[in-house]
Design a protein around this ligand. Structure first.
Ligand SMILES: [Zn+2]
Length: 262
């Protein structure tokens, strides 16, 4: 929400301060005022405000994405601070969406931040996603990821999936009904560690790539990672791609499911 002292400017034009703030990206080939206005009118849900979410939120706010929902039910803990660069030691004990909003408004008062102190569930997912253009997976567990994937497919919302474990990172964009979903890629919930090991810079790298994917999707630039899983091996800094196909019998996005639904 904008503060009363900074009323939101019209969505079909850039103010002088916005044009100056975004000057360096307005100079990118293929990215002009039209792209910036698309970002200004966009609304995204960032689900998870941890290591991935910190980078995603900072870069989306800096880029001028007009409305950002921050969805997380956690509070800032000391052990978060090796990777969750949105927060400071002073934020320990504060709800993450609230602390994130404060930091993001300081970074860019031209945009609206909607802090939502809740965990994504089957019950609230549709409501959380109904008014957004896309969602970004910044979660740390597959149980909630599958809920997000299912909700995005059934509500036709593009989803940018990112994950980190130790020094490995993953990225794939999901365009519902057009590209493989998370359940096509990972049919069964994998066994997970109770506490996920993460190096902050690796989470930041994957989060920055998720933010890049989101900006491209919103502005209509380049091509996405739909149908291609990017795997990053931080030990030797190798990046490789795995082609992923839609599973016709996928219980979430498979053709059989759609036929039954119709
Ligand atoms: Zn699927």
């Amino acid at each position: 929400m904008s503060s009363p002292s900074s009323p939101r400017s019209p969505e079909d034009e850039l103010t002088q301060s916005e044009a100056e703030r975004y000057d360096r990206q307005l100079r990118i080939a293929g990215f002009g005022r039209g792209s910036q206005l698309k970002l200004k009118r966009a609304k995204v849900a960032v689900v998870g405000a941890g290591g991935l979410g910190s980078a995603v939120l900072l870069y989306l706010a800096a880029a001028g994405v007009g409305r950002i929902k921050v969805v997380d039910d956690g509070v800032v803990e000391l052990s978060n601070l090796n990777r969750q660069i949105l927060y400071t030691t002073e934020d320990i004990g504060r709800p993450k969406p609230e602390a994130a909003s404060r930091r993001l408004r300081e970074l860019n008062p031209e945009i609206e931040i909607e802090p939502l102190q809740e965990k994504l569930t089957d019950e609230n997912a549709e409501d959380l996603l109904k008014d957004v253009d896309l969602a970004i997976d910044c979660l740390d567990n597959f149980e909630t990821r599958f809920i997000l994937n299912r909700a995005c497919v059934s509500n036709s919302k593009p989803l940018v999936h990112g994950a980190v474990y130790g020094l490995e990172g993953r990225l794939m964009t999901i365009i519902p009904r057009r590209s493989p979903c998370l359940a096509c890629l990972i049919p069964r919930k994998p066994k997970e560690a109770a506490v996920v090991p993460v190096l902050g810079s690796l989470a930041g790298l994957v989060g920055a790539l998720e933010a890049l994917e989101a900006v491209k999707l919103l502005a209509g630039l380049g091509s996405s990672t739909a149908g291609r899983l990017l795997v990053i091996d931080g030990y030797d800094l190798s990046f490789y791609w795995i082609d992923v196909r839609r599973d016709p019998s996928c219980p979430i996005c498979g053709e059989k499911w759609w036929i039954e639904e119709r």
